[in-house]
Design a protein around this ligand. Structure first.
Ligand code: PNS
Length: 165
């Protein structure tokens, strides 16, 4: 078995459009397990994205104050990005059983592409298990209260963006 790389690097990939309190919880959990955690935003020309990749990177940097957490954008295959960064582990959050099927498919495909990169599923805290970026945007768009569902600065940005700014 290959020895564990030192220092250890982990990747927490996603769209983060925008970062939610659930993501923040996951970042803190994952950061405890590696020396460096890279929060990696998929750079994908998604016309439906509410925030640009740069805005999303900025929002994560503003919300996470851990020395060991870096924020980057990536394109192409996640496992190739992981290999370039010498990361041995990809973290993904599992909220409910419904997440599992999609996550299992991705993890197994990534393993097939690069067996040396391991996917580790982390359970989000119960208080966050119903939160997703999609639902937070929907509730905000319809005028519902999103306090506590995202870091405060992000809730404010979300309201501004949805009011046309
Ligand atoms: O938060 P999301 O949107 O569910 O994150 C999905 C993400 C970014 C992890 C996934 O789409 C991804 O890894 N895309 C990069 C392209 C890739 O490697 N595809 C093969 C994965 S099986």
């Amino acid at each position: 078995m290959a020895s564990k790389p030192h220092p250890s690097v982990g990747i927490y990939p996603g769209s983060f459009d925008p970062l939610t309190s659930g993501h923040v919880d996951l970042i803190h959990r994952a950061a405890r397990l590696v020396d460096t955690l890279i929060v990696a935003i998929l750079q994908h020309p998604d016309k439906n994205a509410l925030f640009s990749v740069e805005e999303r990177m900025e929002m994560i940097r503003e919300s996470i104050h851990l020395q060991s957490v870096k924020v980057e954008a990536f394109d192409g295959l996640l496992v190739e990005f992981a290999a370039r960064r010498n990361a041995a582990v990809i973290f993904r959050g599992i909220r409910a059983v419904s997440d599992y099927e999609y996550e299992l498919q991705m993890a197994l495909m990534n393993r097939r592409l690069k067996p040396e990169v391991e996917t580790v599923f982390l359970m989000s805290g119960e208080a966050y298990s119903f939160i997703s970026s999609r639902l937070v945007k929907e509730v905000a768009r319809l005028g519902g209260d999103i306090s506590g569902l995202t870091p405060p600065g992000i809730a404010a940005r979300l309201k501004r963006r949805l009011s046309g700014d």
